[in-house]
Write a protein that binds this ligand. Structure first.
Ligand SMILES: Nc1ncnc2c1ncn2[C@@H]1O[C@H](COP(=O)(O)OP(=O)(O)OP(=O)(O)O)[C@@H](O)[C@H]1O
Ligand SMILES: [Mg+2]
Length: 295
């Protein structure tokens, strides 16, 4: 049975129950999206829980997740629908000689010969789904224009077949890493959620949720260190995903403290650029080896 949220707190609790710890605006925007039927555009740096939010919404709302992973050059044939040429060809070959082209044509451009891609699957689904359009900034503006049409009318026009209207309305989550500015037209149609690196307590809760076996003292030190590292001017600051990886690694290694040695040996889990490694070793690692220096 699909879940119908009745308040913001409802959504916050629901997301928490399925393993996603939402910030205040995350719960609010998710609630509005479900109620107003508007798509949500989630932007923010890498690894802050954009994709996971859509997955968590699908678990919480008890709706199937339909995912469209965007990439450069993605076109309608891979996003919307495509004719199944092979099947059409077989159908034509199986036709007895002398049969009229008219009847064959009518047949091969029917729904039986259509391959539904994620966008069509989402709007044609009998049960309402969560539609995740992941990393929309990787596509071009033409694709965005096509998407706009779909997001405002929830219908698809197929020249040979006619119009396909949405039977149910999906909750739509679009994510972007900001690699290019999205069009105003797209933004206008969406609710907007900016996900940033979380505050210490929030990140600690997320890390502890993923690695409950790690002691709280180590987890707290880990989060404080990660936040310190983020404060440096790095090419690629560590994300929540990396904090979780680091916590898992420390757990495996049985580390009961993050001292200078442990830090040096494991910091490549959170810092992944040659120059960043040097900066971090110098600015954070050295501080750790000085027992008198405050963290
Ligand atoms: N609020 C949260 N509660 C629980 N887990 C979280 C939360 N935020 C992030 N995570 C965890 O952090 C990891 C990274 O999240 P996710 O893959 O969604 O990031 P992303 O923003 O989509 O990154 P990218 O831009 O690289 O695709 C996941 O393992 C996810 O479970
Ligand atoms: Mg993602």
């Amino acid at each position: 049975m699909a879940v119908e949220p009745t308040s913001v707190t409802d959504v916050a609790d629901g997301l928490r129950e399925v393993g996603y710890l939402p910030g205040e605006s995350t719960a609010l925007v998710s609630y509005l999206a479900a109620k107003l039927g508007k798509p949500v555009l989630v932007e923010g740096p890498a690894g802050v829980g954009k994709t996971e939010l859509a997955k968590a919404l699908s678990r919480y709302l008890d709706r199937a997740l339909v995912r469209l992973q965007c990439y450069e050059g993605l076109d309608e044939a891979k996003a919307l629908y495509e004719w199944n040429y092979r099947k059409q060809l077989l159908r034509i070959q199986a036709e007895e000689r002398g049969a009229g082209w008219e009847s064959v044509q009518e047949d091969i451009f029917s729904e039986d010969f259509l391959l539904a891609r994620p966008l069509m699957t989402a709007i044609a689904s009998e049960e309402p789904v969560v539609l995740l359009i992941d990393e929309i900034d990787k596509t071009d503006q033409e694709f965005e224009a096509m998407l706009l049409e779909l997001l405002s009318d929830f219908q698809i026009s197929i020249p040979e077949l006619g119009r396909i209207d949405a039977t149910t309305q999906p909750v739509v989550v679009l994510t972007s890493n900001n690699s290019r500015e999205l069009t105003e037209a797209l933004k206008r149609r969406c609710l907007y959620l900016w996900l940033d690196y979380p505050e210490v307590e929030h990140e600690l809760a997320i890390v502890r949720l993923h690695t409950p076996e790690l002691s709280e003292t180590v987890a707290r030190k880990l989060v404080e260190l990660v936040q310190q590292v983020r404060g440096l001017d790095l090419k690629k600051p560590p994300s929540i995903a990396e904090s979780i990886d680091w916590a898992r690694a420390l757990l495996l290694l049985g580390a009961d403290d993050i001292d200078a040695d442990v830090f040096r040996e494991t910091m490549s889990i959170i810092v992944k650029h040659r120059t960043d490694l040097d900066t971090v070793a110098e600015r954070v690692g050295v501080k750790l080896s000085d027992v008198n220096a405050p963290l």
